[in-house]
Write a protein that binds this ligand. Structure first.
Ligand SMILES: *[C@@H]1O[C@H](CO)[C@@H](O)[C@H](O)[C@H]1NC(C)=O
Ligand SMILES: *[C@@H]1O[C@H](CO)[C@@H](O)[C@H](O)[C@H]1NC(C)=O
Ligand SMILES: *[C@@H]1O[C@H](CO)[C@@H](O)[C@H](O)[C@H]1NC(C)=O
Length: 247
């Protein structure tokens, strides 16, 4: 490099040098992910994600992400539908799901159960209907008494609180490793987590990630083992994945 530079006309040296410098700066900047305001750890975690889980770009900050997520939950038209004509249909289908889980020995009347991203609480109502009385939901917007206020990236519960956790909103997680990390933190040893996810198509415009296989979940659930995967027809979601936290 030095030898070549020495042969160049003197005037070109600063040009080449500044070109080299700007390219370095550009390379550095392109490695930064501007949508994450919460720092290096998230960027590093995201870089290690398996290729069949993609975080959607486009959030300027975590607040902007929360605002957008709440926007869907607070949409008055959707809320009206969820609490009226949607209610009975969802209650029926979710009751069937939870009854099925009971028959497979994955939940019981005595389970302390959590539904994550519960909206207006249809899943919680369904758990109670099948006899899982000690159940509650969390969402960014509360809907008492069934749903408490809570962010699934920072669950408002102590370690090892639940026997069972359910969610069908994995695609809404901006930080899937935190979503799963919080489940594993608040779940008792031997506890069961059931996720309903979408693998065959892309989900809605409120989704924050796209999942293409079960493999990334196996990687994210560090303290649990995958015990079942089956196809379902669950309100646009196609796959039921069951993890058991190690004893
Ligand atoms: C929230 O929804 C309204 C319409 O319902 C829209 O005008 C607004 O831009 C949305 N805000 C965000 C942050 O998505
Ligand atoms: C669980 O609760 C349901 C609904 O209350 C009840 O029908 C069922 O008998 C209970 N099962 C057991 C094993 O107690
Ligand atoms: C659960 O709640 C139902 C309805 O309120 C009640 O009939 C049942 O006895 C309760 N089960 C337990 C184990 O508390």
């Amino acid at each position: 490099m030095k030898a070549h530079l020495a042969k160049l006309p003197l005037i070109l040296k600063p040009v080449i040098l500044s070109l080299f410098l700007s390219l370095s700066v550009l390379a550095f900047l392109s490695r930064q992910t501007p949508r994450h305001s919460s720092g290096k750890t998230d960027t590093a975690e995201e870089e290690q994600l398996p290729s069949d889980l993609k975080i959607r770009p486009g959030y300027a900050s975590y607040d902007a992400y929360l605002q957008r997520q709440m926007n869907k939950t607070l949409n008055p038209k959707l809320r009206e539908i969820w609490t009226t004509r949607d209610w009975d249909r969802k209650l029926k289908v979710f009751s069937e799901f939870f009854d099925n889980l009971k028959q497979r020995g994955l939940i019981s009347n005595g389970s302390k159960a959590l539904s994550i991203g519960a909206r207006v609480g249809q899943e919680v109502a369904a758990m109670k209907r099948v006899g899982v009385n000690d159940s509650v939901g969390i969402d960014l917007v509360p809907y008492p008494p069934l749903v408490l206020k809570g962010d699934f990236h920072h669950q408002p519960f102590d370690d090892e609180t639940f026997d069972f956790e359910f969610s069908n909103v994995f695609d809404h997680a901006l930080y899937p490793w935190k979503f799963v990390g919080e489940i594993e933190r608040t779940m008792k040893r031997g506890g069961i987590c059931v996720l309903h996810v979408l693998l065959s198509r892309r989900a809605d415009k409120y989704s924050a990630n796209d999942l293409y296989s079960v493999k990334p979940l196996e990687k994210l659930f560090k303290k649990s083992e995958l015990i079942e995967v089956r196809s379902i027809d669950g309100f646009g979601l196609d796959t039921e994945v069951v993890f058991k936290k190690k004893e």
